[in-house]
Structures are given as C-alpha cells and as structure tokens.
Design a protein around this ligand. Structure first.
Ligand code: MG
Ligand code: MG
Length: 248
C-alpha cells in the first residue's frame, strides 16, 4: 500500500479543486427539475469546469465517457448521462471529479426530482448523515476502520443496505489512491490516519437488499432488487484535530 501524505502546497491545490467541484454540484442542484436530462447536466458540468481552466477527472478515466456519473433510482453508481427526461419522483445521484493543476477532488450527492416518496427521501438523508457520523471524532491517530464502522452502523441501524462491492479511496494526483475506504468493517481495522492524508469517503446505500449487479454497458452498477440507492461523497483532509471537508 502506498498512502501519500500531501504537503501544504498540495493540499492548497486540492482545496481549489474541491471548491470548483462544490460549485459544480451546486450548479447541478439548481438545474434538477422534472423534464431535465442528465445529458444536459453533464454538459453544464463540463462547461463550468473547463471554463475555469480545470479538467473533469472522470471524462476518459479508464474510458468513462462523461464528466458526471448520473445514476437514477436503482442505479447505484457510474450511471451514464442520457437524453431520458427526469420524472416526478425520481432520484438522481450525481458523482463528479475535478482535476485542478494535477490534483483531484471527488464528491457525490443524491437529489430528489419533484415529489419523492418519504421513505426514499429518508434514505437520501440518512446516507448523507452516515458520512458525517463516519467522520465524527476522527483525527490523525484514528484508525480508518473507525470511519467504515460508523458508516455501516448508522445505515444498517436505520434498516438500509450497505453496498460492499464499491468503496471510498485515497485521492490526490490520482483519482483513486490507497487506502481503500470501505463503508463497512470492524471499528479497529485498517491503517492509522495521519495528518495530510486525503480521502474520498462515500457511503452507498440501498433501500432494499445490498446486492448489486453490473449493467451490460460495463460501468453502471444497479441494485439487484431494483429498489432505489443513494450516494453521498466528499473529499476530506485528515488533520491533527479533525477532518477538513474540501468539497462542501
Ligand atoms: Mg465520486
Ligand atoms: Mg470516489
């Protein structure tokens, strides 16, 4: 395993990437409505990121064809942008990455379209909360497993499934670096966190069973039972006294 500790100047570049990404996700949120298409959201994100001189991290990554991952309803992650209009009651998870001067930030949100069933809104809210539970009381010297375990407990105690096949990750000059950050596992497992580590922490939850299947496009991951899934992700910096979230 090769976990990189970033220097102060590297962290500053990551903060700048994080700010661009946070603004991109806000722009997308303002443009979520019934009848909107994820292809249009993808274009908005591409145009905004490139207008600032930054690069979309996902576009071309291992051949991924879009700036955003747009995952609707039972799509967990890596959904393809499409011309299918969003319908009343849909949910859509938008995952996006920004490369600023060689440094990446990665974040995801799940948005509601129109009137979404209360139990699905609760899934979205609880998934977001599980991220914040995961980083609560975390600092340099904590174990990685503290994060994983607290996310799992929060989601499962609320009756949701925790997807195992996909995990969070270190991030920096590469979009995906060591260590892997699972959303499940024992409290005392994993590496010791150190100041200057940068992690993308990303709970992925399901309303029904946690089992997932791969779409024939080779990318998109869906729930096996067809029930909705939510995703919430931020890039964070581990510090001596806590966690700094750089994509809010
Ligand atoms: Mg992501
Ligand atoms: Mg990620």
């Amino acid at each position: 395993m090769n976990i990189t500790i970033k220097t102060k100047s590297e962290l500053d570049l990551m903060r700048q990437a994080g700010k661009i990404l946070a603004d991109t996700l806000k722009l997308i949120e303002q443009n979520i409505y019934i009848g909107q298409t994820s292809a249009q959201l993808d274009k908005l994100a591409y145009d905004y990121i490139t207008s600032l001189g930054a690069k979309p991290s996902f576009l071309g990554y291992e051949g991924f064809p879009y700036t955003i991952c747009a995952s609707v309803n039972d799509e967990v992650v890596h959904g393809f942008a499409s011309d299918i209009p969003l319908k009343d009651g849909d949910i859509i998870s938008i995952d996006c990455g920004v490369n600023w001067k060689g440094y990446h930030a990665d974040a995801a949100r799940t948005f509601a379209v129109g009137n979404v069933e209360p139990k699905v809104l609760k899934l979205i809210e609880c998934t977001k909360q599980s991220f914040f539970e995961g980083i609560k009381d975390i600092r340099a010297g904590s174990k990685l497993g503290h994060i994983s375990h607290k996310i799992q407990v929060h989601l499962e105690s609320n009756g949701y499934g925790v997807v195992r096949e996909l995990v969070g990750h270190g991030i920096g000059t590469h979009l995906h670096e060591d260590p892997m950050v699972p959303n499940y596992g024992p409290y005392n497992a994993g590496v010791l966190l150190r100041s200057g580590m940068t992690l993308a922490i990303e709970p992925m939850s399901t309303l029904g069973k946690r089992n997932v299947v791969l779409h024939h496009n080779g990318w998109t991951v869906l729930t096996e039972d067809g029930l909705p899934s939510a995703h919430y992700e931020n890039t964070v910096i581990i510090t001596d006294d806590g966690v700094e979230i750089i994509t809010l």
